[in-house]
Design a protein around this ligand. Sequence first.
Ligand SMILES: [Fe+2]
Length: 204
Amino acid sequence: MPTPATAFGHPVVPGPRTSSGTSAEPASADTATTPDPTTRAERPTDPLLGYAVETAADPTLLDRLPLDATRRTWIRLSAPAGCDAWLIGWPPDTRTGWHDHGGSRGAFHVLRGELVESTVRVNTLPTRIRERVPMAPHQPPPLRLTTGRGRSFGPSHVHDVHNDSPTTHAVSLHLYSPALPLMRRYAITDGDFLLQTIEHAEDW
Ligand SMILES: [Fe+2]
């Protein structure tokens, strides 16, 4: 998908739909899984995450992804109709930056290494370029997803995903439904949450 600069950051979709006084995405829209280390991994209840886990079970998958020591890499995978699926490689200390998914739901599953997901809590997301909104005093703690773990998220989800390992190349599998039409990129500036750019699928 997208250009190296945008692609997985993972793409974003239509107008942020946020609820006043909550995080950018309702908590009920998210699920996470932790595999049972002794038996078979429990099947996630979210269909997107379930598909990601099933696809990740293919032992040949990792061999198909070219890795680069300095930048993230990705390949597009076959996916259910109307969805996007991407396999992404994360060299040490690479990240997406803050972004949403343009209104698409999504899920990602870690096949190798660990990823740290940060989310933001604001009353409402900025909708115009360079618009900024104050961040809530208390922000959600980052979520660390180790190998075999994953999460799903709803259409207003905003996050920053980071491979904070100094040595390990991480790999993750991402699903979006519908296929990402656009992605908004945000930044934190002086305690405010700022809308920087909007990237469209045709730019990827
Ligand atoms: Fe994302």
